[in-house]
Ligand binder design. Structure first.
Ligand code: SF4
Length: 146
C-alpha cells in the first residue's frame, strides 16, 4: 500500500508542473531560483508564498488540497478501490470541491465497504451490491454519511 509521503509526492509532481512551467515568474520554478537564498527567512518566505501559485490563483493543487487528495486515496484503497481508481477519483473530487458541487460518491460514504452498501434501505437500493461504476458516481444519496 502507498504511504502518505509517496502519494503527496506523486500528486505534487503531477499537478504542480502546469503552474511552474506555465508561469516564467513563478519562484517555484527551479529556473527562477538563485543558487543560494539570501537568508533562512527568505527561504521560509518563499515556502509560505508557494501556495500563491496554486488554486485559487492557478490550477495546481494547493497544500490543503494535496493533503485531502492523499487522505482520500488512502481511504478509497482501504475501502477496496484499486490504486488507479482511488487516484482518479481523488483527482475528480478536487474539481468537484472547487465547483462547490455537493454530490458525493459511495467510496466517500462510511456505509460503503468493498462493493457493498451497509445502508441500502435509506439509499433506496433493492440490493446492497454496489458495482464499480456506481461506487465512483457523483450523486445525491439519502443514506450517505461522511
Ligand atoms: S448509503 Fe448511499 S452513498 Fe452510502 S454506500 Fe450506500 S448507496 Fe452509496
Amino acid at each position: 500500500m502507498l504511504d502518505l509521503a509517496t502519494l503527496k509526492a506523486r500528486a505534487a509532481d503531477r499537478l504542480a508542473n502546469p503552474a511552474t512551467l506555465a508561469n516564467a515568474a513563478n519562484p517555484a520554478n527551479p529556473a527562477n531560483q538563485q543558487d543560494a537564498p539570501i537568508s533562512q527567512l527568505a527561504a521560509l518566505a518563499g515556502l509560505a508564498a508557494s501556495d500563491a501559485w496554486c488554486w485559487p490563483h492557478a490550477e495546481a493543487m494547493n497544500g490543503a488540497e494535496l493533503q485531502t487528495f492523499a487522505a482520500r486515496v488512502q481511504l478509497f484503497i482501504r475501502r477496496g478501490a484499486d490504486e488507479s481508481v482511488a487516484e482518479n477519483l481523488a483527482d475528480r473530487l478536487v474539481i468537484r470541491d472547487r465547483q462547490r458541487d455537493h454530490r458525493r460518491t459511495c467510496l466517500e460514504c462510511q456505509h460503503y465497504r468493498h462493493g457493498r452498501c451497509g445502508n441500502r434501505l435509506r439509499a433506496g437500493l433493492h440490493s446492497a451490491e454496489i458495482g464499480p461504476d456506481l461506487a465512483v458516481l457523483l450523486q445525491h444519496c439519502g443514506g450517505f454519511a461522511s
